[in-house]
Design a protein around this ligand. Structure first.
Ligand SMILES: [Zn+2]
Ligand SMILES: [Zn+2]
Length: 453
């Protein structure tokens, strides 16, 4: 199975410079099976770009099954902008939980009434059928789909999809059934030790899955004041999934108030929670454009085809980079993003550590924060320039200072480039690659020099 995230944001689309890595579009995940089965999980605003790419790639009519967990806006708002439904000959089935006073078709028509949208549901040229689901097992798009109710203010279904010898489980929106997950008189970490049968059932539903995609909108601190809103914390997700023997979790439905740094922090905290539980479970925060292949026991990212995150031209790959910043979150996010381009990225939290690493083996480029306690970046830069081995080492300065004197001093000390905080992830990767490219040219190094594999 191939899984691609088109929308990872919860509640409302959140575009802007702070969300370019994890993404601003609301819930939408595409699942493709080896024999051509095509499932779309939720139709948030991410579905717009998915539709465009499907149309671009299509050589024959498009067929697909759209599975909606529920019909809150952030799970259906992309539907009227999903262009394949405007093309005659395309065939879609739409599946969602039955419940409420209106049929699925009436509910979807609601957001397309003439007051809100120029084309009504019934006028869509594609052939669309609507199906209401309860808990059970169904065959949809050549896959085995099992459904189970989640804990959310609207009737919501979770989906377990089995195909190609693998199982993925899609669980959003959902919040813990019980305030306290573990019984006081039992060993935490086992399904049987959970207080509430709802949470035990939730754990059994995801048991043994290769990938669980789960709502983790709030931090545990935020959740205290948002109980009953229908969303989970990474702590709950990791604890339940680890007890259920799940292989890996993609945390999603990121809160609109969380920028990339905060989501990266949640990823770190979630991994620490898994370590605390001594669980081998892999944990990551889903990002828009993330594409993964599950084949039997194997799980790997597909070749990067990043929406919005990658520059048009293929960047230099395989360079050795060093990121020096006392800001842990920024450092981790930079390392993560640059590693995706095939670079080997090391990190240092202060100037002295950076100089030690560079002394041992100079990297191809240093990303260097200016404002660090103990040894400021400018001092590190001067130390590098005073030695023959690092006199020409490309150094990209990061700074929160808009002060002209600081900019001038940095260039006088030999900075290769200078990037102001806050910056977006594409800005950072573009500047790093420009520095590498520029450094490769004058001294006669070729692109091939970086491909060291
Ligand atoms: Zn939602
Ligand atoms: Zn919802």
């Amino acid at each position: 199975m191939k899984i691609r995230f088109w929308g990872t944001r919860g509640s409302v689309a959140t575009p802007g410079p702070g969300t370019t890595y994890f993404g601003g579009n609301t819930s939408c995940v595409e699942v493709t099976t080896e024999d051509g089965g095509h499932l779309i999980l939720d139709c948030g605003t991410g579905a717009r770009q998915l539709g465009n790419e499907l149309l671009t790639a299509a050589s024959k009519p498009i067929q697909g099954s759209i599975l909606l967990g529920h019909t809150h806006w952030d799970h259906i708002q992309g539907f009227p902008f999903f262009k394949p439904v405007f093309v005659p000959g395309n065939i879609f089935s739409v599946w969602a939980p039955q419940g409420g006073s209106r049929s699925l078709q009436e509910t979807l028509s609601g957001q397309m009434e003439f007051t809100y949208f120029p084309v009504e549901l019934g006028q869509l040229p594609a052939q669309i059928t609507y199906h209401e689901l309860a808990e059970g097992t169904y065959e949809i798009g050549g896959t085995r789909v099992t459904t189970q109710y989640l804990n959310h203010p609207a009737v919501t279904l979770g989906y377990r999809i089995e195909a190609d010898g693998a199982a993925i489980v899609y669980l959003t929106d959902h919040e813990p059934f019980s305030d306290k997950l573990w019984r006081g008189d039992a060993d935490p970490g086992h399904i049987d030790s959970m207080v509430h049968e709802g949470d035990r059932r939730h754990a059994r539903f995801m048991a043994g899955a290769d990938l669980v995609i789960h709502d983790a909108q709030y931090t545990p601190e935020e959740y205290e004041s948002r109980k009953t809103w229908g969303h989970s914390t990474y702590e709950y997700v990791v604890d339940v999934a680890a007890a259920a023997g799940v292989k890996r979790i993609a945390l999603t439905h990121h809160d609109p108030e969380h920028n990339d740094l905060l989501v990266a922090d949640i990823e770190q905290r979630a991994r620490a929670e898994a370590e605390k539980r001594r669980s081998p479970i892999e944990v990551f925060c889903a990002h828009e454009g993330g594409e993964y292949i599950i084949r039997g026991k194997q799980f790997r990212p597909a070749v990067a085809r990043e929406a919005g995150a990658a520059p048009a031209a293929p960047p230099l790959a395989g360079a050795r980079l060093l990121v020096v910043d006392d800001d842990l979150l920024l450092r981790r996010l930079a390392v993560k993003v640059l590693a995706k381009y095939g670079h080997t990225v090391s990190e240092a939290e202060n100037g002295r550590e950076a100089l030690r690493i560079i002394d041992r083996q100079p990297p191809d480029l240093v990303v260097l924060d200016l404002e660090m306690p103990e040894m400021p970046g400018l001092e590190v830069l001067r130390a590098l320039r005073s030695k023959a081995a690092t006199a020409h080492l490309p150094v990209l300065i990061l700074t929160a200072s808009g002060n002209e004197a600081v900019t001038s001093a940095s260039f006088e000390a030999g900075a290769t480039d200078y990037l102001m905080k806050p910056f977006s992830i594409p800005q950072l990767t573009a500047r790093v690659h420009a520095c590498l490219e520029r450094a490769a040219q004058p001294r006669g190094r070729t692109r091939a020099a970086y491909h060291r594999e």
